[in-house]
Each structure stands twice: as structure tokens, then as C-alpha cells.
Design a protein around this ligand. Structure first.
Ligand SMILES: Nc1ncnc2c1ncn2[C@@H]1O[C@H](COP(=O)(O)OP(=O)(O)OP(=O)(O)O)[C@@H](O)[C@H]1O
Length: 256
């Protein structure tokens, strides 16, 4: 149960040859158990923002806090899912999902319970003993998701997790994530290039400006928690999709 606060956060990457301002005085509050989807032009600083919240890198200026506790590095209260699979090929599906729990020295019973629960939620119960090489790309993504949830973080950070999947598999992942998120609410920050994905999964969609990124606009998504893929045919969904596409076009053209 965690609120994320970014207060005037800037990030500058400086090398001997180049200085890149990736994030510029960005302020944002993400409420407890809210899903915020972040869209913006390529290279604007979305991953940088996620890495800052994860604690993988430190802000140059400003601060990031979780319920008032300043983020100073990575910790078990935040789990990250990337586009690339992070499954360990030498572990079974069940052992992959149990990995974080094992690191936390959870008891055998707790591990078994949580692995069973999350494999069920992502629809992989029958594959508990399989190895990753026996799975499709979408199934490996389900393992990533189950593992992230099973370790019990307060915050889930997802960086284009479904970006490499085909449309059909991606849509299945949306419903899988929505199912897990409903069963175990978390504060979620989801970076994507896909406007429909952002609208289907988000409570709010944040449109970032081109680099250096700032918040350009915030779109409240007016749909309830029980979303089905049919929602995409809803005129309100389509109107919002067009609004966000316009905002992205605007920021893109503004930068050109
Ligand atoms: N470690 C680093 N060192 C130097 N520059 C970096 C580093 N990480 C990111 N950058 C630069 O910061 C800027 C923002 O990168 P970032 O990956 O956050 O963008 P993004 O919005 O996630 O891009 P995309 O949508 O294409 O994934 C880019 O210009 C990138 O080259």
C-alpha cells in the first residue's frame, strides 16, 4: 500500500563527451494502488524515470519517495519487469516464481502457497514443472509477472513488458495482468508505447514531453476495474485514444 512521489526530479547523464538531460524537474504523485501508464516519444526519458523509482540510478536533483521514505537504492518493496525475459533457464517455472521468496528466506509452506496462487492467477499451473525453454514468449512473460508479484512488493514497475509480443499474446497479457492486479492490488507504473495498452490498464495515462522529459498532460481513465477487451470498441475509449494520439503528435511536432 504505497504512494510514490516525485518532487522536481531531474536526471542528467554526463560523460566526458556529452551531457544529456533525460528528466527535467518532473513532479508526479502516484496514488496507493493506482496504475499509472506513461507514454511519450522515444528517448524522452520514460525508462530513466522508472529506473529512478526503482533506485537503480539516483536523481541529479529533486527527490523520490515511497510513503515519505526517500528512495536511495533498489529494495524488495519494488519489483521491476522489463521487456526482455528475466527468467532463469536452469530453474523450473515454479522455482523461477519462488526465486524472490527464497532470497527473502520465506518458509517452504509460504513459498509453495504463493507460487501456487500466482501460477494460478497467470494461468500457468499446468506448467509449474516445465523449464523456460519449453514455454512460448507470452508464457515466459507470465512467469516474469508471477515472480514479480510472488515476492510481495508494494510497487510494480513495468518497462514495456509486452513490447516484444504479437498483438494476440499481448492482449492476453493485458487480461492476465488485470486479473493479478485485481487479486493483489499494488501501485503500478507501466511504461508503454501502446496507447490502447495504456488505456486498457491505466487509471491515469501520463503523456511525457520529448527529452528532457516533463509531464505534458494527464488523462484520467474513466473505466472501472472489470475491463474486458470489448472495452476497446467503446466510443469513450476510442475518443480517449484519439486524444492521447493528438497529445503525442503535438509533443512530437513541438520538438521537431
Ligand atoms: N546510462 C546512460 N548514460 C547516458 N545517457 C543515457 C543513459 N541512460 C539513458 N540515457 C539517455 O537518456 C535519454 C532518455 O533515455 P530513456 O531510455 O529514458 O528514454 P525512453 O523514453 O525510455 O526511450 P524509449 O521509448 O525509446 O525506450 C536518451 O537520450 C538516452 O540516450
Amino acid at each position: 500500500m504505497t504512494q510514490i512521489t516525485l518532487e522536481s526530479v531531474s536526471k542528467v547523464f554526463a560523460t566526458a563527451r556529452k551531457r544529456t538531460v533525460a528528466l527535467n524537474e518532473t513532479s508526479l504523485t502516484i496514488d496507493d494502488c493506482e496504475t499509472v501508464c506513461v507514454v511519450g516519444p522515444s528517448g524522452c526519458g520514460k525508462t530513466t524515470m522508472l529506473n529512478l523509482i526503482a533506485g537503480f540510478i539516483q536523481p541529479t536533483d529533486g527527490s523520490i519517495s515511497l510513503d515519505g521514505r526517500e528512495v536511495t537504492g533498489p529494495a524488495a518493496d519494488r519489483a521491476v519487469v522489463f521487456q526482455a525475459d528475466a527468467v532463469f533457464p536452469w530453474l523450473t517455472v515454479a522455482d523461477n516464481v519462488a526465486f524472490g521468496l527464497r532470497m527473502q528466506r520465506a518458509s517452504r509452506t509460504e513459498r509453495a502457497e504463493r507460487v501456487e496462487r500466482f501460477l494460478d492467477l497467470v494461468g500457468l499451473t499446468d506448467f509449474a514443472k516445465a523449464y523456460p525453454k519449453e514455454l512460448s514468449g507470452g508464457m515466459r512473460k507470465r512467469v516474469d509477472l508471477a515472480r514479480a508479484y510472488a515476492s510481495g512488493p508494494e510497487v510494480l514497475l513495468l518497462d514495456e513488458p509486452f513490447g516484444a509480443l504479437d498483438l494476440f499474446t499481448k492482449e492476453n497479457m493485458w487480461t492476465a495482468l488485470a486479473r493479478v492486479a485485481a487479486a493483489e492490488p499494488k501501485t503500478i507504473v507501466f511504461v508503454t508505447h501502446d496507447i490502447e495498452e495504456a488505456l486498457f490498464l491505466g487509471d491515469r495515462v501520463i503523456v511525457m514531453t520529448p527529452r528532457p522529459a516533463r509531464v505534458h498532460s494527464v488523462i484520467e481513465v474513466p473505466f472501472g476495474p472489470d475491463r474486458t477487451l470489448d472495452l476497446r470498441a467503446d466510443p469513450k475509449f476510442q475518443a480517449l485514444r484519439i486524444d492521447i494520439a493528438h497529445s503525442l503528435r503535438e509533443v512530437h511536432d513541438g520538438a521537431a
